[in-house]
Design a protein around this ligand. Structure first.
Ligand code: UDP
Ligand code: MG
Length: 308
């Protein structure tokens, strides 16, 4: 059995040696090991170090991307290169503890095709990251139509069958965990405390984090497109309420309303109509968008039939 470990690298020169040592220590000896490093356009000497390592250590393979394409793209690139019966993806900074690897493998051997690492504590992350992550996971769970597990990042093991599904996708969305949740298969969780980054600074700038968050939301939720409907109903409802009110007041109380008050009411109703028209457009857009994503409509895990 071959185990592949895919690790995206963006300027991680100081972490590489310790990482490799830890990995070799943790992987059970009955498995063959392959470590696929994806150099995602590093500007330090990570690439040279990796190439040097690959010359001397047969387990190490290097995929060098032509520039910085981002963490998620790098993971896809590594998955394409990996040959293992199971593939673990993890970060290079030892925030995904290699001690979990034996547990991942146990869960995989027990028949789970997706094993997630789940962060139970994130005391070492900044308060901004903790709060934003929490709010984001909630929003994603509430709004998306596949259930994307909470507190789960890109530290996970996936079986060859899932890797093949990912590799065959005609269009890859840059939010790997969403796609994996979409594909399904039996899954389990390994809980761990997220330690501090070993060396260097986070490579996820706020803008990169934001764009990943947006990718996740927009690819797996059509909820933002429905806002037009909600606003439309609210606006028309408000308009109607006030219209009836001033008609009643005029008829039965002989109250005289100046023209601008009538206009405000009419304005509410017309704005509402516009919102609804926008929502109708959005529904068409969402259908084109879904088609364009080219997600597989279904995934077959196994077929059963009687022996002839
Ligand atoms: N990374 C990458 N490309 C990028 C940003 C990050 O390949 O554009 C890699 C990085 O080298 C690390 C992993 O993705 O191995 C996770 O990044 P980081 O630890 O900076 O993220 P954080 O843990 O702060 O969320
Ligand atoms: Mg990190």
């Amino acid at each position: 059995m071959l185990l592949s470990i895919v690790i995206p690298i963006h300027n991680e020169a100081d972490n590489l040696r310790q990482l490799i040592e830890e990995l070799r220590r943790q992987v059970p000896s009955d498995l063959d090991l392959e470590i696929v490093f994806v150099d995602d356009g590093s500007t330090d000497n990570s690439r040279d170090i990796l190439i040097e390592l690959a010359k001397n250590i047969p387990e190490i393979k290097v995929v060098a991307l032509s520039r910085n394409f981002g963490h998620q793209a790098a993971i896809y690139a590594g998955l394409e290169m990996a040959r293992g019966n199971a593939v673990i993806t993890m970060d290079a900074d030892l925030q995904d503890p290699p001690e979990c690897i034996p547990k991942f493998i146990e869960a995989w051997k027990a028949g789970n095709k997706v094993v997630y690492g789940r962060r139970i504590k994130r005391e070492n992350d900044s308060w901004f990251k903790r709060i934003s992550a929490r709010a984001y996971y909630r929003l994603l769970t509430v709004s998306s139509n596949v259930s994307i597990p909470e507190n789960v990042g890109d530290f996970r093991l996936i079986d060859r069958q899932v890797v093949d599904c990912l590799n065959q996708l005609p269009r890859k969305e840059p939010f790997v965990r969403g796609m994996i949740a979409y594909l399904g298969f039996g899954q389990s969780f390994i809980d761990y405390d997220r330690p501090k980054r070993q060396h260097g600074e986070t490579k996820y700038s706020v803008s990169k984090m934001f764009s990943l968050a947006l990718d996740g939301l927009l690819s797996y939720s059509m909820m933002p497109l429905k806002i037009g409907l909600l606003l439309g109903i609210l606006s028309i409802g408000t308009g109607m309420f006030f219209l009836f009110y001033i008609i009643w007041d005029t008829l039965f109380n002989n109250e005289v309303y100046p023209l601008y008050k009538w206009l405000v009411v009419v304005l509410f109703m017309f704005t509402g109509l516009l919102f609804i028209l926008i929502w109708i457009l959005a529904e068409y857009v969402s259908r084109t968008y879904r088609q364009n994503q080219q997600k597989p409509l279904y995934v077959i895990e196994k077929t059963f039939e009687a022996e002839p």
